[in-house]
Design a protein around this ligand. Structure first.
Ligand SMILES: [Zn+2]
Length: 155
């Protein structure tokens, strides 16, 4: 063991701490005059180093991961939902389904409840799309929130 710590000789250090009762730092072995009872380390850095040394598993685990893991892939934006094309395709599918229901129902028509049971979301928008491509669909209001839609043909 060297008697040189922190670049200073032990005697020089002990000279600095004066006439108290210098003790040796538990970590670096430097002699120092404790400012508090039961002080084990000369400085906060030694205290930290000693603590980290006493907890090697967790510490080395973190360091191993930081140092040894392969560089992470560039972060891709998360898929937070369908793309515009997927939405349009799904809507088109629903629009076709709505048309099929209307055709099947004939003059009986399809009610709001029928669409909901068939899990057609926003069926009024789908009917609007059918009307936009010249399907004639008559809406009959049955109650405050219920409609019945009857396909009458194509113009
Ligand atoms: Zn120390």
């Amino acid at each position: 063991m060297s008697d040189t710590v922190h670049g200073q000789s032990l005697s020089a250090v002990t000279g600095l701490v004066g006439s108290g009762e210098p003790i040796l730092c538990h970590w670096c072995n430097r002699a120092y005059k404790p400012r508090q009872r039961n002080q084990a380390f000369c400085c906060p850095k030694c205290s930290d180093d000693a603590y980290n040394s006493a907890h090697p598993v967790r510490r080395s685990g973190i360091q191993t991961r930081l140092v040894l893991d392969p560089p992470s892939e560039p972060i891709q934006p998360l898929d937070v939902g369908p793309t515009t094309a997927q939405v349009q395709a799904a809507q088109a599918k629903q629009t076709v389904k709505v048309l099929g229901m209307l055709q099947e129902a004939g003059t009986r028509g399809v009610s709001t409840g029928d669409f909901l049971e068939a899990h057609i979301g926003r069926f009024s928008a789908r009917i609007g799309e059918l009307r936009a491509v010249k399907w004639r669909i008559r809406g009959v209001r049955e109650s405050e929130h219920a409609w019945r839609f009857v396909l009458e043909g194509r113009s």
